[in-house]
Design a protein around this ligand. Structure first.
Ligand SMILES: [Fe+2]
Ligand SMILES: [Fe+2]
Length: 483
């Protein structure tokens, strides 16, 4: 590990460990992009709390043994920096046609367009989620949760900086234009929407937020892992550091959903409710019933599956061959890392039935990454089910079949039940409210979203966390709203 890269320079306007002081051209480009970013943050960032003091962590190092410090910060004053994981000595391209060649410190001309596109797509998701979540501060169930929301938001802002740095440093004029475009598009906009579907959906309530950070940030994790394998070393290093931050986002999601489930189970027990499907009775307790949690899960999981693209994709094969985007844990996989003669089973629609079909492994890379994603999703879900089981209820949350509610890929033109049974349009129309949140479900959840900002208190529908952030006690003031 190169010790030089661990230290972060805070003397420039933009904290960094990429030597910006010696790189006047890029420093200037980033400094001229900065005001537009701050304008975007003020317009589209968390609404109503820009003057509050928030107990946030800021990266001050990229040393895995200690990289963040916590302190009260007003969000617009957050030090968004450009931080790359330390350069690995003698790193090689770990897959594809260039397997074994030294990793590139500059963009290879032949792969420039593809690299730029992947960086822009990744970059576009970062500000999008901040936009989607900007109203949530006003209904936070506690100061603890509010702080976590804002932590996720400022870090997504930093991830935007990370991608913009790559664009400004390595892609010249096109890079500058793309960097401006990232501030121009808006989540949910008709004329300039964000690039990917899930990032144009609303995040209307806190259960959506927790589901989003669990399922959609986890898609981000998988994408970052495959880009962290990239032969283009600066991209690999950027993504590796982003993953350290990303872990907290998924923690917020997993524990958030877990705490909702915990509270629901506790309330049902106290009230002596035996049947978790007795929705009216459960809702009367002011908690979210398990069947509605399952519907929210169905929605967010399937929107996130769409982010992986088509199961069979020549783009994915090209990016792999080019050494630009690898597989999850590529370097730990025991094979030739070229996949020229391999196959991979892909779920497809064959004569009206869902079947596994062997496809060339190269074109099936999206499917493979999606399978890795699903396995990762299952782990937290088992912990949620454990909470339900320990409370004595015979109810299990499950991931719906991949043919259910899809807008991209093999199953986009058919309808299926969460169990994977194909159904016609009429049946879908009649039953989809049983499987996806209805307006009524949304209204009920919305009715619970009254803010709680008293120190150490939590809304009726969510249990307190087991431990505080940065080991703070339960009565810690995570956000000083009026400062
Ligand atoms: Fe991110
Ligand atoms: Fe994230």
């Amino acid at each position: 590990m190169n010790i030089e890269n661990i230290k972060v320079d805070y003397s420039t306007k933009i904290p960094n460990n990429v030597g910006l002081t010696e790189d006047r051209r890029v420093l200037k480009a980033l400094e001229s992009w900065h005001p537009g970013y701050i304008n975007w943050w003020n317009d589209m960032g968390p609404e109503g709390f820009q003057e509050s003091l928030v107990y946030l962590r800021t990266a001050y190092s990229v040393d895995p043994r200690g990289w963040a410090k916590f302190d009260y910060v007003k969000m617009p004053d957050y030090r968004w920096g450009v931080l790359l994981a330390p350069q690995e000595e003698n790193r090689v391209v770990p897959f594809g046609h260039h397997f074994g060649e030294p990793a590139w410190q500059d963009v290879p001309g032949e792969h420039r367009a593809m690299l730029r596109r992947l960086i822009v797509i990744q970059g576009d998701t970062e500000p999008a989620s901040v936009e989607q979540q900007r109203h949530l501060g006003k209904t936070a169930p506690s100061l603890y949760d509010m702080r976590n929301l804002f932590q996720v938001n400022v870090e997504e802002g930093r991830h935007l900086w990370a991608m913009v740095y790559l664009l400004q440093k390595y892609f010249g004029r096109d890079g500058r234009e793309e960097a401006d475009g990232l501030l121009r598009r808006r989540s949910g906009s008709d004329d300039a929407p964000r690039m990917l579907g899930a990032f144009n959906e609303a995040t209307p309530d806190w259960l959506s937020f927790f589901m989003f950070t669990y399922f959609t940030d986890r898609d981000g994790k998988m994408q970052l892992h495959s880009l962290a394998q990239s032969g283009f070393d600066p991209l690999s290093r950027t993504c590796r550091f982003m993953l350290t931050e990303e872990a907290h986002h998924m923690f917020v999601g997993e524990t958030g959903v877990g705490r909702v489930i915990q509270r629901t189970c506790d309330a049902m027990r106290e009230a002596g409710i035996e049947d978790p499907n007795d929705i009216a009775k459960v809702r009367a307790l002011g908690v979210i019933d398990l069947p509605t949690i399952q519907k929210k899960l169905n929605l967010h999981y399937t929107l996130s599956l769409d982010l992986f693209g088509s199961e069979v994709s020549t783009n994915a094969a090209n990016a792999f061959n080019a050494g630009i985007k690898g597989r999850y844990h590529e370097t730990q996989i025991q094979d030739d890392h070229k996949l020229e003669n391999d196959t991979y089973p892909v779920l497809k629609l064959v004569n009206g039935e869902i079947k596994r079909v062997d496809e060339p492994a190269l074109t099936a890379l999206n499917m493979r990454l999606r399978d890795d994603y699903t396995q990762d999703c299952v782990k937290g879900m088992l912990r949620w089910n454990k909470i339900i089981g320990l409370a004595g209820y015979d109810y299990k949350l499950t991931l719906p079949n991949v043919a259910f509610h899809r807008q991209i890929g093999e199953f986009k033109s058919i309808h299926a039940t969460p169990d994977g049974v194909l159904i016609d349009d009429a049946t879908w129309g009649k039953r989809k409210g049983d499987w996806l949140p209805s307006t009524e479900d949304g209204d009920f959840i919305a009715s619970l979203m009254t803010p709680v900002s008293e120190i150490g208190k939590f809304a009726s529908w969510i249990a307190p966390p087991k431990v505080g952030i940065d080991n703070k006690p339960g009565d810690f003031e995570y956000v000083k709203i009026e400062s």
